[in-house]
Each structure stands twice: as structure tokens, then as C-alpha cells.
Design a protein around this ligand. Structure first.
Ligand SMILES: [Zn+2]
Length: 83
């Protein structure tokens, strides 16, 4: 009986901790999504405003669609990514 009570309390604590972790994960995912949206908006502005200096990106594979990167804003030469 005593062991069952201890296990039950421990089980309840674990469930509470797990639920708390789930809430924290949801909050962090929402924050990440918000930051990604802000960066997407920044990229759109940079695409329009930067006086780009395009150079070939040596790290690109031969079949990559976007092979040029701006030395100033670090965007790729791919309009569809930022419009
Ligand atoms: Zn640029």
C-alpha cells in the first residue's frame, strides 16, 4: 500500500512534469515560428533594398538552383525565395 502511494505520487509528478514540458515546447515552437516570420520579412526588405554584390557560392552543389550569394546581405540570387 505504502509503495503504491509513493509510486502514484511519483507517477503524478512525472505526468505534471511531462505536461509542463509540453506547454514549454509549444511556447518555444510558437516563438521559433514568430522569429522565422520576422526573418522572412527582413529578407524580403533586404531583397528590395540591398545594392547586391553577387558572387558564386563555392559551397553550392552543381545542381543547386541558386548558386550566387550576396556578399552584403547573404541572400541567394533567387527572387522566388524573397517575393
Ligand atoms: Zn544583398
Amino acid at each position: 500500500m505504502y509503495i503504491n502511494i509513493i509510486m502514484s505520487n511519483k507517477g503524478n509528478c512525472l505526468v505534471v512534469e511531462r505536461n509542463s514540458n509540453i506547454l514549454k515546447m509549444v511556447k518555444l515552437r510558437n516563438e521559433i515560428e514568430s522569429l522565422q516570420k520576422k526573418n522572412d520579412d527582413i529578407d524580403k526588405i533586404l531583397w528590395k533594398e540591398c545594392i547586391h554584390d553577387w558572387v558564386l557560392d563555392q559551397s553550392c552543389a552543381s545542381d543547386d538552383l541558386c548558386k550566387k550569394k550576396c556578399t552584403k546581405c547573404c541572400l541567394y540570387y533567387c527572387k522566388y525565395l524573397y517575393t
